[in-house]
Structure formats: C-alpha cells, structure tokens
Write a protein that binds this ligand. Sequence first.
Ligand code: PMV
Length: 355
Amino acid sequence: MNEDITNISWRAPSNIALIKYWGKRAHQLPDNGSLSISLEKTSTTTTLSFKRKLRLEKNISFEYYFHGNRHLRFEKKTERVLNDLIPKMPFLTDYELVFQSENNFPHSAGIASSASSMSALALCLVSMEEIVNRKKLSKDPFFQRASFIARIGSGSASRSVYGGIVSWGNIPFIDPSSDDYATPYLIPKDSRFHQLMDIILIVSSKEKTVSSTSGHALMNDHPYREGRISQANSNMSKMTNAIRNDNYQLIGTIAENEALSLHALLMTSSPEGLLLKPNTLHIIEAIKSFREITGLDLFFTIDAGPNVHLIYFEDQRDSVLPFVQDTLTQFCEDGQWIDDKIGNGPELLTHEIEF
Ligand code: PMV
C-alpha cells in the first residue's frame, strides 16, 4: 500500500425478525436463535476511506460522518465497536479511517438502523482486510466473516449481510447454524416467500426510550428468562416447519406471537419498558379484522419500538394498498409509511480492487 486513500462503499439492508433475538451472553452471543427477512429498500450506505498512518500508534484513528456531517454520538458507538474489533482485525490501528454513512429511510422514522449500519460497516472492514492483507476471500468465507464482524457491532446486524430469509444462532435443526455468525435460510425457488412484502407503518418517529442494548440486559434477571428461551426455540421449530409446509397462516400466528412476546417481556422487565403506543394497538386490531374479513394471509410484526410491519404477499397488493391508505395511515405519524419488500442483500458499490 502507498499513502493514497482507498475507498470502499457497501449498501446493506435493514432486516425485520420473525423470530426475535432478545437476551444475550458475553461477546454478543444470543440467548436464542432468530430468523429474519432482509429488506430491499430500507438500507444504509457506508463509504470507508483509509490511508496508512505516517507514524504507527496503537490507537484507532477515525472520524464518522452521517449524511455529510460529523456525528459524535455515532462516532462514540463506532469507537467502542472498533476497539472491540482490534484483536480480530489488528491492522485497524495502522490506518486513518473515515466512515461516511447515509440511511435511505427518513432519519427520524424511528426505525432501528443499527442492523443496516453495522452490517455496512462490517462489509467495508472485511473488504479493507482483503486489501491490506492482499488476500481475496471467496464469496462464502467473505460473507461469513462480515457477519461475524457485524455481530460485534449489533447482534441483528449479523443477519443483514445476507438477503432473503436469514437465521442466526446455534439451532440444532438448522444446518449450518452458529451463534458466531448468521447463515442464509434457503427456501425453495417456487416458495411464496420470495414474494414477501413489508409495509412499515410509522406510529412514532421519536427515539426509543429503551435501547436494545439495555433491553437485552434486562433479560439477564428476567423472571421469564428460561420460559422465553424455550418459547423461542419452540417457535423456531414451528416456524421452520410452517415454512417447509407453506403454512402461511401458521407463519403469521408465530410471527405475531413473537412480536407480542417481545413487548410482554419488555413490559414485565424491571425497570419496565413500555414501547407500544395506542396507535400501535389500533393498527394491530385493524389488521386482525381485515384478515378476518378478507381471509388474506397477512400478519404483523413489531420491533423493539411502536412501529408496525405489515407483512403480506405480492399477489395481495391490490387489496392491501387501499386498506393501508383508507384505514391504517390515520394511525401513522404524519401519515408516514414505508413500502418495502424482501431483498437480495448487500451490494458492493465500488469496483473490486485488484491486488
Ligand atoms: O441487534 P440489537 O442489539 O439491536 O437487537 C435487536 C433486537 C430486536 O430487533 C428486538 C429483535 C431482532 O431479532 O432483530
């Protein structure tokens, strides 16, 4: 390497879990397995620029920009992650790094961006690692490494390095599966899952009152901790069977049970976390009645916040869009919603670098 600056850009998607990761052990290892859908539009693009330091020192030197402006809060979070990564990526202290990151969803939409941002960051770092080590990885080891690195930043980010349906966590009946990194959950070519759509209904764009970091920590002494782990394992087993058998009604029932369980766990934590809003409940009620009346295979899921994901299939779109416009947008902040769907995973935006 010479002193020239090298740039790498990756776009990485957000994901929404159908089986929720909630509770973790040391080094961001999950208490239970999880399963998510990687989204197509909702994503983060990160450019990493790096050049070799003139004087070698042991500390990390970097700056973090968000939508063009230096962002000190994200910089602090990134600093913690980069310091955790030094033992795994010792070359990091030999370079000056600049991260420039952008989300393509409204900044204040109340949508968790740690999955897409940490996964974009990890992909940039693994590309950098290839360049500085002059060693190109083939596709599978590259993404496995990126998932492993993303996990250090945010557990759910480990799943965002892949498209489609993704599992994370050591699950006896999913092979391969690991607590260390996520793996793509392969579904048959003709499965209806490839037509999965997600409408994100923005109930509140305010920052969450309980961060997922503190939420996970609340699980350590939670009275229902053991029960939650066995519920998640049982739901994972039922969900994978339902996917195998194209049982979409059951898939919806399990996903809704997972979303409500996540919030029930939050509400029964000490101190408690109440993240649902009255409009979240109005939307849930409306989705249930619409399903009952129409018999469509649609269902909801919710992240650790008040916003609702309405999951449905492309062939139902003509019925779902008027329902969203006429019935659901009244419960959304400023009528905001995001039209998304299952996506193909991250994208390298710069050219492959020859070395
Ligand atoms: O990755 P974290 O630490 O932000 O945790 C995410 C937890 C949930 O979003 C609530 C569930 C999940 O599996 O994505």
